[in-house]
Design a protein around this ligand. Structure first.
Ligand code: BGC
Length: 772
């Protein structure tokens, strides 16, 4: 990407629950909202066309140009405002102060020739003021309802301050944990990813585009970004058509089917053709095959990037190629010039047609019309304040964090802790009391003072009866290169820091010795995950491993809470308990304390295979059988090829048994759905959650298929001793796939194995046949 500066600016600018929402008035606001009606396609089109008929080519190019507006840079802010006031920008991104959004909108509506309101976009990835757990965490809840609620809250806050469009969800399937943006998506699986995709689109947009209290959802980055070579962010992607259709495109299809109003094109090249200039992706697949009706925006500067890629000959050529491929709006490079500015001259030179330009403008204007911006362009500042402070939003954040945690290890029932049995706890680790890290990356408007760290959550939970001692133990190392989210000053300060951690490690060990239990919060700082945060190692950064081993050596019970968004390698260390708490958000500490002390039982499941070490990656559970399946675990001579923890795995404070797997029909015709059911019983003594998961394997057919593929799941809460029958339906779609041999979707006449249980290694099996 050409200008990382904009993201430096990102760093500087930053200053359910149905019941809970009802309690604070959200539900009534929403019921009013949904009493509105979507406008008909004909009305929207006619209104857009009437405007287009009045526009000059320059105004059209402006309407489909989006600029970053960094209000902390007065010169840049003035340049952008001038461009916008001269009708040379139709959308701005990154403004999030309600008064400023309102001021800019007044200029657009009152000063521009055609009085067309601006569309304001923003990276509302996991919350605006109330920060939800990061998206990979929400995926680990295996509860699309949580994803929908979280994004409903995010949308409500965004819309209240005057933002109309969220650049989310990130739907990039990620099978290589070196890739830092794993945190923004739903992990490695297309089925789980599709369920989370649709739920998030519904959360952002409500029941239709323009629902009050909602925003346009912009799934990204279309497509294949998560497969960047070596897990290196921005690098090229080479994917077979089979992987594209069966894995990487699936969540996007689900989002389009759910009505997403926008799609963002990706930065990198897919099989040699940059995604932003890729007509096959943006037009043939997205518009023609899937019938997408919204507008396509480039990623930041990605139109100009066509030149950088060595694809376009000039900035003009880049704009022509992007528009012709199917891009409707350019997100211009931060602090840079727009490529789309050159479209009028390309129109005059006959390189694009008026119809092509008008199509793009229409897609953008239609979004503005549907959002009701012509009727209600301004911000209600008082209402914005109220919405941002809504306590019901914090409740959703807490619930989401509780449901996201994944318990990976719990020897001898070390967890939950008993408040009554404990006299002292040592809370240790560089992430135990860091508000900024607790909320994770991609947040710019959070309230750090309001954020509950793990230390604060534990203290609040145990009260004065239990002594809580704290040591950060070690410092986190600085990055070797500057993050695009860091200022030069922050980066330099990190580099200059030269702390000898030895004395603090010793102090932490002493605290652990004095305590009944040590709770370690270890992992990666938020600057080590996200965009531009790929990593060549899965080790705990800095001297955290040494700290962990030293605390374990005290012999005290050790609970490790991992704050991370990639599977980390703790080198065979054996703490009594290990729980992934991800970056749990504003209410993270409260949620973690509730989990630690058993107010709720963990019920999250891994959204990816957790490798034993980095040499195994990528290690998707849904691999093909291939040659010598019997030795599949012996592909490396030096260690087992199995994951340390499989996809779908996660413990709880109770135990569950799966039985009575019933496949409704032993033989069905092609095109017929297959009902499958399984009994899940809570065999422990606590009320707890379990996720029933259904996997299939096709034995033979037009192409070879994965050993297992997730095709159904349901998260349940069961009382001790309770049994529930979970019913799934395998639809013909679930049994179909794209085959390279026919270059089409097929459903084979074949035999399917089915497996049900609580992870991708579920043993309980059955089978059925599909006949011609
Ligand atoms: C990221 C996008 C993001 C955009 C705007 C880009 O660098 O790839 O995901 O929406 O910046 O901040």
């Amino acid at each position: 990407m050409t200008s990382k500066n904009k993201l430096r600016r990102k760093a500087l600018t930053g200053a359910a629950l149905a019941a809970a929402l009802t309690a604070s008035g959200t539900a009534s606001a929403q019921s009013k909202a949904t009493s509105g009606m979507p406008l008909s396609d004909e009305v929207v089109r006619a209104r857009a066309d009437a405007l287009i008929a009045q526009m000059t080519p320059e105004e059209k190019a402006g309407q489909i140009t989006q600029y970053f507006d960094f209000t902390d840079s007065p010169e840049e802010a003035k340049r952008v405002t001038d461009e916008m006031a001269a009708s040379r920008a139709g959308s701005l991104l990154f403004v999030h102060d309600p008064a400023e959004l309102d001021r800019l909108q007044h200029i657009a509506v009152e000063k521009t020739r055609l009085k067309i309101p601006l569309l304001f976009g923003y990276d509302v990835i996991h919350g605006l003021r109330t920060i939800m757990p990061v998206p990979i965490a929400v995926a680990a809840s295996w509860d699309p309802g949580v994803a929908q609620q979280a994004q409903t809250v995010a949308a409500r806050e965004a819309r209240a301050v005057g933002i109309h469009w969220a650049f989310a969800p990130n739907l990039d399937i990620a099978r290589d944990p070196r890739w830092g943006r794993l945190i923004e998506g739903a992990g490695e699986d297309p089925y789980l990813g599709s369920a989370m995709a649709a739920a998030q689109v519904r959360g952002f947009q409500g029941s239709y585009i323009g629902s009050p209290g909602h925003v346009i959802s912009g799934p990204k980055h279309f497509a294949g970004y998560g497969a960047s070579i070596g897990g290196r962010d921005y690098d090229e992607v080479n994917l077979s058509d089979s992987e594209l259709w069966n894995v990487y495109l699936k969540p996007f299809k689900a989002a389009v089917d759910a009505g997403a109003g926008n799609i963002m094109s990706a930065y990198m090249g897919v099989n040699g053709v940059p995604a932003t200039g890729n007509r096959w992706l943006l037009t043939d697949v997205l518009r023609k095959t899937w019938g997408f009706k919204g507008f396509v925006v480039t990623d930041a500067g990605a139109a100009h990037d066509l030149l950088t890629h060595g694809f376009a000959a000039s900035n003009e050529d880049a704009a022509v190629r992007a528009l012709t491929a199917g891009v409707d709006m350019e997100m211009a490079p931060p602090f840079g010039m727009s490529a789309f500015k050159t479209l009028p001259q390309s129109l005059a030179a006959g390189k694009i047609t008026t119809a092509q330009l008008d199509d793009a403008v229409r897609h953008v204007l239609e979004a503005k019309i549907r959002m009701g911006l012509f009727e209600k362009p301004y911000v209600d500042l008082q209402a914005a304040k109220r919405v941002l402070a809504d306590p019901a939003h914090r409740e959703v954040a807490r619930m989401a964090a509780e449901r996201s945690a994944v318990l990976l290890r719990n020897e001898g029932g070390a967890l939950p802790l008993s408040r009554r049995a404990l006299k002292s706890i040592a809370v240790i680790g560089p992430l135990a009391d860091s508000a900024r890290d607790t909320v994770g990356p991609w947040v710019f408007d959070q309230d750090d003072k309001e954020t509950v760290t793990v230390l604060a959550g534990i203290k609040a939970e145990v009260g004065s009866g239990v002594k809580v001692a704290y040591s950060p133990g070690v410092t986190l190392p600085a990055r070797v290169n500057k993050s695009i989210f860091q200022s030069d000053e922050q980066f330099a300060a990190g580099k200059a820091r030269n702390v000898d951690d030895t004395p603090e490690i010793q102090r932490a060990v002493a605290l652990a010795k004095d305590a009944d239990v040590a709770v370690l919060v270890l992992g990666e700082g938020q600057i080590m995950v996200g965009e531009n945060a790929s990593r060549s190692s899965l080790d705990l950064p800095g001297r955290q491993q040494e700290l962990l081993d030293a605390v374990i050596a005290t012999g005290k019970p050790v609970v490790v809470l991992l704050m991370s968004a990639r599977p980390l390698d703790i080198k065979g260390s054996k703490p009594a308990a290990l729980m992934d708490i991800w970056y749990p958000g504003t209410q993270g500490g409260t949620a973690v304390a509730n989990l630690l002390f058993g107010k709720v039982s963990p019920g999250g499941k891994l959204p990816y295979n957790w490798p034993r070490n980095i040499g195994q990656v990528p290690l998707p559970y849904a691999h093909l059988t291939t040659h010598q399946p019997k030795t599949v675990e012996e592909r490396y001579w030096n260690e087992s090829n199995t994951p340390l923890y499989p996809f779908g795995y996660g413990l709880s404070y109770s135990t569950f048994a799966f039985s009575n797997l019933k496949v409704d029909k032993a033989k069905v015709a092609r095109g017929v759905a297959v009902p499958v059911s399984v009994d899940v019983r809570n065999t422990g003594s606590r009320k707890a959650d379990e996720v029933a998961q259904l996997y299939i394997h096709q034995r033979y057919g037009t192409a070879a298929r994965p050993v297992r593929e997730l095709k159904g799941f349901e998260r349940l809460t069961l009382e001790p001793g309770e049994t529930r029958t979970v019913r799934f339906t395998l639809s013909p779609d679930d049994l179909s796939y794209w085959a390279a041999s026919t270059r089409s979707f097929v459903q084979d006449a074949t035999t399917f194995d089915v497996y049900a249980g609580n992870s991708s290694t579920a043993a309980l099996g059955g089978s059925f046949e599909v006949a011609d």
